[in-house]
Design a protein around this ligand. Structure first.
Ligand SMILES: Cc1cc2nc3c(=O)[nH]c(=O)nc-3n(C[C@H](O)[C@H](O)[C@H](O)COP(=O)(O)OP(=O)(O)OC[C@H]3O[C@@H](n4cnc5c(N)ncnc54)[C@H](O)[C@@H]3O)c2cc1C
Ligand code: FES
Length: 257
């Protein structure tokens, strides 16, 4: 992990309320793995304002670039959207335990909303080593991104039916699973989607990795702000999403009711 002052290469809208931030950060790009994230300082904010965790949608060790898809939510992401090519931003990373292929020959990549970003990153990273199938869900067509340049089978679902099929992404996922299960599933998205994918994976005994999102403080394993619950022999235990995750095996995670 390193802290670096990265140069902004691109900062532009790619969907409604979602923008692409592309940075030059060769040291981070060289050591990054799919599913890891970077902790980005909020431009123009004081040092006591927390960094914002953002997943890597792409990284290229050759060119030294990182790419992220960021949803504008509050002050931090608003300030990141205001960056221009040539500006600089303080970035710490890569952080966390990412997605692992573990020898899978066929994998399903399931993303919802802004969670499509790390899943698309994993698909791009693993597509040379396994047969891939993508399942991406969005609120509507205006919110869709991460679909360009995919050469594998892609299933899209939107809440309002404006792109792909109407409804939730687990519907096409279940149909595809009935036709033949993969030997690994990777997922990131809103908690209801992750719960559904977890249930499906456990019921059908399919290895599955989930990338979780929690509010973060330090991003370095010290403050315990990001704790999540995992199964333990005597009930449950806690893990830090920042350094023990953000990716966990589906069987480990205990979602709060
Ligand atoms: C490991 C990890 C990876 C992430 N990757 C991405 C990514 O690739 N793209 C992306 O757009 N966002 C990602 N997020 C979420 C992102 O960090 C938050 O949306 C961002 O920090 C909000 O900052 P803000 O200052 O704009 O909003 P704030 O003013 O801090 O908050 C605005 C709203 O966003 C909600 N929010 C803040 N942090 C989170 C969070 N961690 N999860 C869910 N809701 C949150 C708040 O509850 C509030 O409603 C990731 C989070 C984690 C933990
Ligand atoms: S954010 Fe501080 S321990 Fe995870």
């Amino acid at each position: 992990m390193e802290q670096t002052i990265a140069k902004v290469l691109r900062c532009e809208d790619i969907a409604q309320d979602i923008f692409l931030l592309e940075l030059s950060a060769p040291g981070i790009a060289r050591s990054a793995a799919p599913g890891q994230f970077v902790h980005v300082a909020v431009p123009g904010a004081g040092a006591n304002i927390l960094r914002r965790p953002i997943s890597l949608m792409g990284f290229d060790a050759g060119t030294g670039t990182l790419s992220m898809a960021i949803q504008v939510k509050g002050e931090g992401t608003k300030r990141l959207r205001a960056l221009h090519p040539g500006d600089t931003v303080d970035v710490l990373g890569p952080i966390g335990r990412g997605f692992e292929l573990r020898g899978a020959r066929r994998a399903f990549f399931i993303g919802g909303g802004v969670g499509v970003a790390p899943v698309r990153g994993a698909l791009d990273a693993f597509s040379g080593a396994c047969a891939c199938e993508a399942f991406f869900g969005y609120r509507g067509k205006a919110f869709a991104y991460g679909l360009d340049g995919l050469s594998c089978p892609v299933h899209v679902a939107t809440d309002d039916g404006t792109l792909g099929e109407s409804g939730i992404i687990t519907a096409p996922l279940l149909r595809a699973l009935d036709a033949g299960a993969p030997d690994m599933m990777f997922a990131c998205g809103p908690a209801p989607m992750l719960r559904a994918v977890q249930r499906i994976a456990l019921e059908r005994n399919i290895p599955c990795q989930l990338s979780l999102e929690e509010r973060m403080g330090c991003g370095l394993g010290a403050c315990l702000v990001c704790n999540c619950k995992v199964r333990a022999a005597d009930g449950f235990d806690y893990r830090r999403v920042c350094v023990d995750g953000p990716v966990f095996d589906a069987g480990e995670v205990l979602f709060d009711d």
